[in-house]
Design a protein around this ligand. Structure first.
Ligand SMILES: [Zn+2]
Length: 229
């Protein structure tokens, strides 16, 4: 069998010497099991590599990664990345448990949704509020799914403009909406950390697609978001 000849080529002693990898499962115990173990070891090696990298970053900054308060930091950073960059592992299409609408063709709005993202230019956080709206034509999406859709796109290395576009593009393409709009108000660390006078400045970006390009629809969207801004 083809697979068996590949297995024979895995030189255990060489792997142990070169990569400090010790595979405990023998080929006869099953190829699948052995591959699982190799994958696990590779994942651990990748993680160790990342932990070292973060340690080096701390040294580069000018601190001592081995002092008590920083000893667990590389691990905590990696843990926080799971949440901060969890969007890469989500497929927005999985959110589409849509149901056909009956007669509803009015604007659906979810406003003041909190979002957290990371700017791709500086790898610094930006966060704030999002307002998402669309006018259904054939399909509607659960309102909580709108918030999760935003998460899928925001929990990545991003620029604020692109998040807006990705949300509206998704609603237009996947829901075949009549129109869609997304407004984001974000505070960017890369802006606020550089000057006291910019501490409270917000960046506002929007994407309007389909019928939301019409002035009266856009106005309705803005009115419904509220005039307390
Ligand atoms: Zn930035």
């Amino acid at each position: 069998m083809e697979i068996k000849s590949t297995m024979a080529k895995i030189d255990r002693d060489k792997m142990k010497k070169d990569f400090k990898i010790n595979i405990s499962i023998k080929p006869q115990e099953g190829f699948k099991k052995m591959m699982e173990e190799i994958n696990m070891i590779a994942k651990q090696a990748e993680k160790d590599n990342m932990l070292n990298l973060i340690k080096n970053m701390i040294t580069y900054i000018g601190d001592d990664p081995d002092r008590e308060g920083l000893r667990g930091t590389p691990n905590r950073v990696l843990e926080s990345w799971k949440k901060l960059f969890g969007g890469y592992k989500q497929n927005p299409k999985e959110l589409l448990k849509t149901f056909d609408k009956e007669t509803y063709s009015q604007m659906v709005i979810l406003k003041d949704i909190e979002f957290y993202s990371t700017c791709e230019h500086h790898m610094l956080p930006f966060f704030g509020k999002a307002h998402i709206a669309y006018i259904p034509k054939k399909k509607v999406i659960g309102i909580s799914k709108l918030a999760r859709l935003l998460e899928t796109f925001s929990r990545r290395l991003q620029i604020q403009e692109r998040i807006c576009e990705q949300v509206t593009n998704f609603l237009m393409q996947e829901l075949k909406a009549d129109g869609a709009g997304c407004i984001l108000e974000g505070i960017h660390f890369c802006m606020t950390s550089r000057g006291i006078e910019k501490q409270h400045s917000k960046m506002i970006t929007s994407s309007l697609e389909g019928s939301f390009k019409k002035p009266e629809v856009r106005q309705e969207f803005i009115n419904l978001i509220g005039n307390n801004r």
